[in-house]
Design a protein around this ligand. Structure first.
Ligand SMILES: [Zn+2]
Length: 159
């Protein structure tokens, strides 16, 4: 099935960086239980994703402007150039979904650490979501992962 990818959606960058960052916290997190325990608070997830997303400085996902403001709730940003408001989800695979960040992170963790893949029923059960949601998440994460592999392969070839 053909998927239309929003031009603002830059999951490649997100997951690629996530995979690198993961190696840094992997000492603490070895199992699914460790992961759930570590990322149980939404604030921790936001902090973690923000670190990855703005690793090279904050920017607006719409126009690329680097002068952005954060609202006092710590969740919404506003661009000084195009005046658009956005959260850290915008421009990543987490965009346009109401799925909690901890569920997304757990989904990425499970898929990126399983060698032989996970059955959709098991994936839904482990994430405590419906099968429809699990299918949606699985598709988004996997398509990103495939494209990341291509990017990584290119990087090696050009060296
Ligand atoms: Zn902007």
């Amino acid at each position: 099935m053909l998927r239309i990818i929003n031009i603002l959606d830059r999951p490649n960058i997100f997951l690629y960086k996530y995979l690198i960052m993961r190696t840094k916290i992997i000492k603490k997190i070895k199992t699914r239980t460790d992961f759930i325990e570590y990322f149980k608070e939404e604030e921790i997830c936001i902090k973690y994703i923000t670190q990855i997303r703005f690793k090279n400085g904050k920017f607006c996902p719409f126009c690329g402007c680097k002068k952005i403001y954060i609202f006092s709730n710590g969740k919404i940003y506003k661009c000084s150039e195009c005046l658009k408001k956005f959260s850290i989800r915008v421009g990543t695979i987490l965009e346009n979904s109401k799925i909690p960040l901890k569920t997304w992170l757990l989904g990425i963790f499970l898929l990126s650490t399983s060698k032989n893949g996970i059955a959709s029923t098991q994936f839904a059960h482990q994430l405590q979501v419906t099968q429809k949601t699990a299918w949606y998440m699985n598709n988004r994460i996997k398509s990103t992962y495939k494209r990341n592999k291509k990017i990584m392969a290119k990087k090696i070839l050009h060296r």
